[in-house]
Design a protein around this ligand. Structure first.
Ligand code: MG
Ligand code: ZN
Length: 403
């Protein structure tokens, strides 16, 4: 037993220490591994190694990114960005981006999208109905880019300042006809070997009302480190390099920034560092959401919008700092839609916005897209929100697998 474990340990060291041969792959190495250990990565087949070498070669020739960081400011239209800019000494991290485009945010059944359909356009490349999480107009599941990335051996992660089962992050990993089915959505997280998640919604995993399952325990059984605000501050949370983890920032929805929530920058740095170490040559796909810019819009509260937007902008700066050093990372920043019909009215001054609102819901405005890194030029122009999915998939040499 111990000898067999040592043997697999040796195999793993061999593959992880000799790039570009990657570490984690399809399970086809026979019965012993399954009998002896359940939490070690399976051994790679020679065909798989060959395929990965080919993919890495193609990537280098095409000057395509190894990693993609998609950052979504929920409800962040041009006015939200402008208000953040003029409330912050006329300076934003977003100004560092060399390429800008605009996307058409409408959904499959409404010119005004909601966050579920808006995120599903980015995650799965389909225009679907408002309320749909990772499913098409027919309510059937559509594989997401995060799932395709995992299927190809990339590392993956989700970070949000809402609960992690809320529409935007959920649409990258779950498939549900209706966004409010939070516990069912949490269950879907069990089907994909995501590498990390940071967000609220602990109760939907470990204190469920619709069944007796404890998904936090199920994650631990699969080898995940599971921690939360209840156990330790995120600054003190130090997951082992190479581990998979879930860190819950709240039982339900995290507080607004103005009420003391501060984790988005820390989480962004932690997630990028962890995924970079873990993905290595195989790369990573990470989605980071500034969730509550939207909630400020729904509440028609200008200060709420601005504080959330500026925190998100600082997180964008963290991602750009990494991408500049790394040289292999594409950072895309966009929003699913605008919220509030927010306007910066006459009488506004630098540092003091006089806001106006035309709605307490979303609007159909064109939405800015910012891109930096290999492949950035593909994001200039005006295009459908679903094109963001298609371009990310192309740049990462990903295809939908037959799951
Ligand atoms: Mg959202
Ligand atoms: Zn909203």
């Amino acid at each position: 037993m111990r000898l067999i474990s040592l043997f697999y340990f040796f195999i793993i060291i061999l593959f992880t220490s000799c790039p570009p041969a990657p570490a984690v792959v399809d399970n086809d190495n026979g019965q012993h591994a399954e009998e002896v250990v359940t939490d070690l990565p399976p051994v790679i087949s020679p065909e798989e190694i060959e395929k990965r070498i080919e993919r890495e070669k193609a990537r280098r020739e095409a000057k395509a990114p190894r990693n993609v960081i998609l950052m979504i400011g929920d409800g962040m239209g041009v006015s939200q960005i402008t208000a953040g800019l003029y409330s912050n000494g006329n300076k934003l991290q977003l100004e560092r981006f060399p390429v800008l485009g605009l996307h058409k945010s409408y959904s499959g059944d409404n010119l005004v999208t909601d966050s579920a359909a808006g995120a599903t356009a980015f995650s799965a490349g389909v225009k679907t109905y408002n309320g749909a999480i990772g499913v098409g107009m027919d309510t059937m599941p559509v594989e997401t880019i995060l799932e395709s990335a995992e299927a190809k051996g990339m590392a993956s992660g989700l970070v949000a300042t809402s609960s992690i089962v809320h529409a935007t992050p959920a649409s990258f990993i779950a498939h549900n006809p209706y966004r409010k089915n939070y516990e069912a959505i949490a269950t879907d997280f069990m089907d994909t070997e995501f590498d990390l998640l940071i967000g609220g919604g602990k109760k939907f995993f470990d204190r469920r009302e619709t069944d007796e399952r404890d998904l936090s325990q199920e994650l631990r059984n699969k080898g995940y480190v599971v921690s939360s605000y209840f156990d330790e501050e995120i600054e003190d949370f130090k997951p082992e390099p190479g581990s998979n983890f879930a860190y819950f920032t709240a039982d339900g929805e995290p507080l607004p920034y103005a009420q003391g929530r501060r984790y988005l920058e820390t989480a962004t740095q932690l997630a990028i560092k962890h995924l970079d170490e873990k993905g290595g040559e195989r790369g990573f796909f990470l989605t980071i959401e500034g969730s509550q810019i939207d909630w400020g819009g729904h509440a028609n509260e200008s200060e709420y919008i601005i504080s959330e937007m500026l925190e998100f902008d600082r997180a964008v700066g963290q991602a750009l700092d990494f991408a500049e050093k790394d040289g292999n990372t594409l950072v895309i920043v966009t929003a699913d839609h605008e919220t509030g019909g927010y306007a910066i009215n006459n009488g506004s001054k630098m540092g003091k916005i006089e806001p106006g609102f035309s709605s307490d819901y979303h609007t159909a405005d064109l939405i800015p897209v910012f891109a930096y890194g290999p492949g950035q030029s593909l994001f200039s122009g005006i295009y459908e929100n679903t094109a963001i999915y298609a371009r990310m998939m192309d740049l990462l040499f990903l295809n939908r697998s037959d799951r």
